[in-house]
Design a protein around this ligand. Structure first.
Ligand code: 13P
Length: 249
């Protein structure tokens, strides 16, 4: 992982009620015991304030943010609202939002910018469909997606990238270690063209069916700087082994 600090982030998606706060405090305790690894949970907006109250030193984030500061956008959440609830970061451009909410690359870039303006750190997601993977040009397509989704002011002090192949999300299917390595190198090269030397400091996470069983192999890839974990982040029992793998990678 070069000298980039590993980041193990959990994305709870549309899961999590107050009854699950005990999982968050257990994960926060493991994070506190792992100073060499950054650990974060991106949880439903309704759970942010209670989670921050239960684990004040832990990194809690939201899962989406609107690109505008405020206004007539029924059902959406602003960066200032996330900050007020106690969030320190946010995910933008997850494939589930790109698909379900038809978010474009330009919208994703605008969301990242807005989040940065309000002081949130950001994980920006990219990844290819199975069709693109099978067509053999995944690296080209995902690099182009990254360049189109990256805001002008992108820098490693507030932004991380997550490569999440859509066909690997929630399926138990994971690309080969070689394919992950090739994609992450390609994305690093694409970043270098856009932000120069800072690309070597920017974290590129892998996401898609990461588990305690495969985390060590994935995290030992040179250009993989952490993981964005869905299903296996919902309980401390499944998430802690992934944090441990990062500690030992
Ligand atoms: P899974 O780990 O459940 O495959 O989800 C990955 C993901 O989409 C994280 O954002």
């Amino acid at each position: 992982m070069a000298d980039r600090r590993p980041l193990i982030a959990g994305n709870w998606k549309m899961n999590g009620l107050k009854a699950n706060l005990g999982e968050i405090t257990a994960i926060a305790a493991e994070a506190a015991a792992s100073p060499a690894v950054d650990v974060a949970l991106f949880i439903p907006a309704t759970l942010i304030a209670p989670a921050v109250a239960a684990a004040p030193d832990f990194f809690i984030g939201g899962q989406d943010v609107h690109e505008n500061a405020s206004g007539a956008h029924t059902g959406c959440i602003s960066a200032a609202m996330l900050v007020e609830a106690g969030a320190k970061g946010v995910i933008v451009g997850h494939s589930e939002r790109r698909t379900d909410q038809h978010e474009t690359d330009a919208t994703v870039a605008a969301k990242a910018s807005r989040a940065k303006t309000e002081g949130l750190s950001v994980i920006l997601c990219v990844g290819e469909s199975l069709e693109v993977r099978d067509a053999g040009n995944a690296e080209e397509v995902v690099s182009a997606q990254l360049l189109a989704s990256l805001p002008q002011e992108a820098s490693s002090d507030w932004l991380s990238i997550a490569y999440e192949p859509i066909w690997a999300i929630g399926t138990g299917r994971v690309p080969t270690i070689e394919a992950i390595s090739e994609m992450h190198s390609a994305l690093r090269a694409a970043l270098r063209k856009m932000i120069g030397g800072d690309a070597d400091k920017m974290r590129i996470l892998y996401g898609g069916s990461v588990s305690g069983d495969n985390a060590r192999d994935i995290l030992s890839v040179a250009d993989v700087d952490g993981g964005l974990v869905g299903g296996a982040s919902l309980t401390a029992a499944k998430f802690v082994p992934i944090i441990e793998a990062a500690r030992n990678a």
